[in-house]
Design a protein around this ligand. Structure first.
Ligand code: NAD
Length: 507
C-alpha cells in the first residue's frame, strides 16, 4: 500500500481536476485513515456565497427554458464522467471518508445509478389531466422548475447525496449550490471537476454557467443559504441537531425544505427467521461503514427463544471482523471519521454500562500498523435490560444494542419507541408477522424491509424517514416533485363562463 499522501496525489491526478482547485492554505483536510494532511480546500467567503447565489439565479432563468430532455443530456454526460472515473473517485471517498474500497466504489455507483434514473425522468416529468365539473373545461397539472436548490451534505455519504439531489434538480430545471461537509470537501471539488468536464462536452460555457457550484466551509455557510429567500429549496442531510437549526430558519421565510436526518434503526428477529440471513444482514448493517450510515442497524430486537443462539453467533462474528486500512484487501471495518467520533463511542458505551448494559464484545480501540493517527474501534455488541435513554440516541459509531421481546406487538412497540424513524427491518418467515410489520400499525419508519437489513437502499425507491429523521424523501419514486412547483391550470374552450360549485354571479 502506498503512503496516504502519495495515494491522494495519484488519485487527484487520475481524476484530472485542475490542481489550482487546491490552494496552499484554507480548510485543512486530514484522512481518517491515519490522520495525515491530504490537502487544503479553499474556504468560500460570505461574499462569495452571495455571488454564487446570484450566479445561480441567473442560471435558473436560462435553464428553466431548456427542454427537460436536453437538460437530461447534461446529466447523461455527468454519468459518463462518473463511469470513467469510478475507481479514482471511489478511492478518494475512501481516503477522505474512510470507507472500505467496495463501499467507496458503491457510493460512486449510486451516483451513476441516479444519473441514469434522472435521464429517463427527464422525459417523464408529467402532470395529470383532471376531469372538470364545468362543461367545455379541462383541468390539468403542470410541473415547472422551482429555482435554486441548496444541498447541504454530511461527511458519511460525501458524494452520493449530492448526486441524489443534483441529478434530479438539474433535469427538473434547477441550479444547485452545494455545501459539502467541512470534513469532506475534496470529494466535492473532484465531483465539481467532473461536472465541469461534462458541461464542456454539453455545449458553450454560457449554457451551463452557475448550474453547479461548491461552497466550502462550516455551518455558517449552510446557515447563510438557509436564510436566503432566493433559495427555493434547502435539501439538508445530517444530524437531527442540524435539522433543528435549519428547519425554523427556512420555514420562517416559507422556503421549501427537504430534511434527511439521523436514524436509530432496528432489526427485529422473530423465531421463524432464517438466522443465517439475519446474521449477515445484522453484521453488515451494524458494523459496515464502521457504523457511520444513517441507516446503520443500531438496535437488535430478538425473540427470547432465539436470543442466546443469535447473540452467540454475532459475538463470534464481531470478534473476528477484519479491522484496518480501508483500502487493504479483506478489511471490512475502516476508521471512524475522527477522534471526536471515537470519544463519542466511548462515552456511549460508558453510559450504556451505567444504564445496566453489558458489553458482550468490542468497543475497544484497535491499533492498525501504519495508521496510528486514525481512530479505529472494534464494533460493539451490548446487551441492554431495556430501551434506556442511551439506546434512544443515535451515536454515530458501530454500537449494536441487543433487546429481547416476548410477543410480536411488543417488538413493534419497542422498534417505534425512539424519536427517529428512518429504517427498519424484520426477519421472519411468518407471513402474518411480515404483513403486520409493513401495515399501518407496524413500523413507523420511512423504510421497512422484510428479510433484509436496514442498510443499503437502492436509488429507485424514495429515501427518507419520519419523526426526528426529518420527513424528507429524495432519490427515486416521485421524489423529483420536491424540485418542481406544481401549477393547476383550467382551460375554457366554450363561450359560457359557468362557475364551480354552481355559484351564480350574473352581471
Ligand atoms: P452534521 O449535522 O454535523 O453536518 C451535516 C452538514 O450540515 C454539514 O455540511 C455541516 O456543515 C452542516 N451544518 C451543521 N450545522 C448546521 C447549521 N446549523 N446550519 C446549516 N448547516 C449546518 O452531520 P455529520 O456528522 O456530517 O453526518 C452524520 C449525521 O448525518 C448522522 O446523524 C446521520 O444519521 C446523518 N445522515 C442522514 C442521512 C439521511 O439520508 N437521513 C444521510 C447521511 C447522514
Amino acid at each position: 500500500m502506498k503512503p496516504t499522501p502519495t495515494l491522494f496525489t495519484d488519485t487527484w491526478a487520475e481524476l484530472g481536476v485542475d490542481p489550482a482547485a487546491l490552494p496552499a492554505t484554507g480548510l485543512a483536510v486530514h484522512s481518517p485513515i491515519d490522520g495525515t494532511l491530504l490537502a487544503h480546500a479553499p474556504i468560500t467567503t460570505a461574499d462569495a456565497v452571495d455571488a454564487a447565489n446570484a450566479r445561480a439565479q441567473a442560471a435558473f432563468l436560462r435553464w428553466r427554458e431548456v427542454p427537460a430532455p436536453r437538460r437530461g443530456e447534461l446529466v447523461r454526460l455527468l454519468g459518463e464522467e462518473l463511469r470513467r472515473h469510478k475507481a479514482a473517485l471511489g478511492r478518494l471517498v475512501s481516503l477522505e471518508a474512510g470507507k472500505i474500497e467496495s463501499e467507496g466504489l458503491g457510493e460512486v455507483q449510486e451516483m451513476i445509478d441516479i444519473c441514469d434514473f434522472a435521464v429517463g425522468l427527464s422525459r417523464q416529468l408529467h402532470g395529470l389531466t383532471i376531469a372538470s365539473e364545468r362543461p367545455e373545461h379541462r383541468m390539468m397539472e403542470q410541473w415547472h422548475p422551482l429555482g435554486a436548490v441548496a444541498v447541504i451534505t454530511a461527511f458519511n455519504f460525501p458524494v452520493a447525496v449530492w448526486a441524489w439531489n443534483a441529478a434530479l434538480a438539474l433535469v427538473c430545471g434547477d441550479p444547485v449550490l452545494w455545501k459539502p461537509s467541512e470534513k469532506t470537501p475534496l470529494t466535492a471539488l473532484a465531483v465539481q471537476g467532473l461536472f465541469e468536464r461534462a458541461a464542456r462536452r454539453f455545449g458553450p460555457p454560457a449554457e451551463t454557467d452557475g448550474l453547479s457550484q461548491v461552497l466550502i466551509g462550516r455551518a455558517d455557510i449552510g446557515q447563510r443559504l438557509a436564510e436566503d429567500r432566493r433559495i427555493a429549496l434547502v435539501s439538508a442531510t445530517g444530524s437531527t441537531r442540524m435539522g433543528r437549526a435549519v428547519a425554523p430558519v427556512v420555514a420562517a421565510r416559507f422556503g421549501r425544505l427537504l430534511l434527511e436526518l439521523g436514524g436509530n434503526n432496528a432489526v427485529i428477529v422473530a423465531p421463524s427467521a432464517n438466522l443465517d440471513l439475519a446474521l449477515r444482514a445484522i453484521v453488515f448493517g451494524a458494523a459496515g461503514t464502521a457504523g457511520q450510515r444513517c441507516t446503520t442497524t443500531r438496535r437488535l430486537i430478538v425473540h427470547e427463544s432465539i436470543q442466546a443462539a443469535l447473540v452467540e453467533r454475532l459475538t463470534r462474528a464481531y470478534a473476528s471482523l477484519p479491522i484496518g486500512h480501508p483500502l487493504a484487501a479483506g478489511v471490512l471495518v475502516g476508521p471512524l471519521i475522527d477522534a471526536r467520533s471515537g470519544a463519542a463511542m466511548d462515552a456511549a458505551l460508558a453510559a450504556a454500562r451505567a444504564e445496566g448494559g453489558c458489553i458482550l464484545v468490542g468497543g475497544e480501540a484497535v491499533t492498525v500498523a501504519g495508521c496510528e493517527g486514525g481512530t479505529y474501534r472494534r464494533p460493539a455488541l451490548v446487551e441492554m435490560p431495556e430501551q434506556t435513554p442511551i439506546v434512544c440516541e443515535e451515536t454515530f459509531a458501530p454500537i449494536l444494542y441487543v433487546l429481547t421481546y416476548r410477543d410480536f406487538a411488543e417488538a413493534i412497540a419497542l422498534q417505534n419507541a425512539v424519536p427517529q424513524g428512518l429504517s427498519s427491518a424484520v426477519f421472519t418467515n411468518d407471513l402474518r408477522e411480515a404483513e403486520a410489520f409493513l401495515g399501518p400499525s407496524g413500523s413507523d419508519c420511512g423504510i421497512a424491509n422484510v428479510n433484509l437489513g436496514t442498510s443499503g437502499a437502492e436509488i429507485g425507491g424514495a429515501f427518507g424517514g419520519e419523526k426526528d429523521s426529518g420527513g424528507g424523501r429524495e432519490s427515486g419514486s416521485d421524489a423529483w416533485k420536491n424540485y418542481m412547483r406544481r401549477a393547476t391550470n383550467t382551460i375554457n374552450r366554450g363561450l359560457a363562463l359557468p362557475l364551480a360549485q354552481g355559484v351564480r354571479f350574473d352581471i
